[in-house]
Design a protein around this ligand. Structure first.
Ligand SMILES: Cc1cc2nc3c(=O)[nH]c(=O)nc-3n(C[C@H](O)[C@H](O)[C@H](O)COP(=O)(O)O)c2cc1C
Length: 219
């Protein structure tokens, strides 16, 4: 009889401990869920072990990096920076592209030669060092589309910096091409960071359209 009582009390204790342990882990999960309310965004690479997430309303400190040969991407970059209250960082080739350099219909222009020979796309930039780089949580990276991919002056910046722990949002301008795989290729070059799919704007994108897109990222 006494033994039976001990067994029953033992079983009740085991059951209660199980219930309490279960409650504990649920509480932790819920707290994590609350403090890190996230909106899922389409990811294209790198922090592949986890889903791409962007903390809702919390982009942290934001930097807008861009290269622009003729001003279209720069206009978009400035609107993003104003809307996000972000810092900007312009990528400047040591040898800027002249209009003749950019003439893609000339087989002998600089840009056509670089396009035809990928090993010559190593464009030296005046600097790739951003002050307080580590302090930025979100990095927008903008470029014109050249022959369907990101204009290669951005490559040097992407290769030179460590994107670990950062959310990276590509954006581009083009005459008609979509963003395509341009961001994916940059993500591969970077090797690190949580790269989102990004957005393409037409060459003369309206301020309102850019603002709308930026606002949509915060939802
Ligand atoms: C060398 C070169 C290649 C281009 N290739 C494409 C292209 O493949 N698809 C496209 O839609 N536009 C293309 N464009 C147009 C640019 O992407 C477009 O004008 C862009 O807005 C320029 O941006 P930027 O003023 O910031 O330099 C090309 C322009 C240049 C100079």
């Amino acid at each position: 009889m006494k033994n039976k009582k001990i067994i029953i009390i033992g079983l009740i204790c085991t059951f209660l401990m199980g219930v309490l342990a279960g409650c504990g882990s649920n509480t932790n999960e819920n707290q994590a869920g609350k403090s890190q309310k996230v909106s899922q965004k389409k990811a294209i690479n790198n922090d592949s072990s986890k889903e791409s997430t962007e903390t809702e309303g919390k982009s942290g400190k934001v930097l807008v990096v861009y290269y622009s040969a003729t001003g279209n991407t720069e206009a978009v970059a400035k609107t993003i920076a104003e809307t996000m209250k972000a810092d900007t960082f312009e990528l400047k080739p040591v040898k800027p592209y002249s209009n003749d350099d950019l003439n893609w219909s000339n087989n002998n222009s600089r840009v056509t030669k670089e396009h035809d020979n990928p090993s010559s796309r190593n464009v030296q930039l005046t600097t790739t060092t951003v002050d307080n780089w580590k302090s930025y949580d979100t990095v927008f990276i903008g470029y014109p589309i050249w022959w369907g991919i990101a204009a290669w002056p951005v490559d040097g910046f992407v290769k030179a910096n460590d994107f670990t722990g950062k959310t990276v949002i590509p954006f581009c301008t083009s005459a008609s091409s979509d963003i395509g795989d341009s961001g994916k290729l940059l993500a591969k070059m970077a090797g690190k960071g949580n790269w989102l799919k990004g957005e393409r704007f037409p060459s003369g994108a309206s301020t309102e359209d850019v603002q709308k897109w930026v606002e949509s990222l915060r939802k």
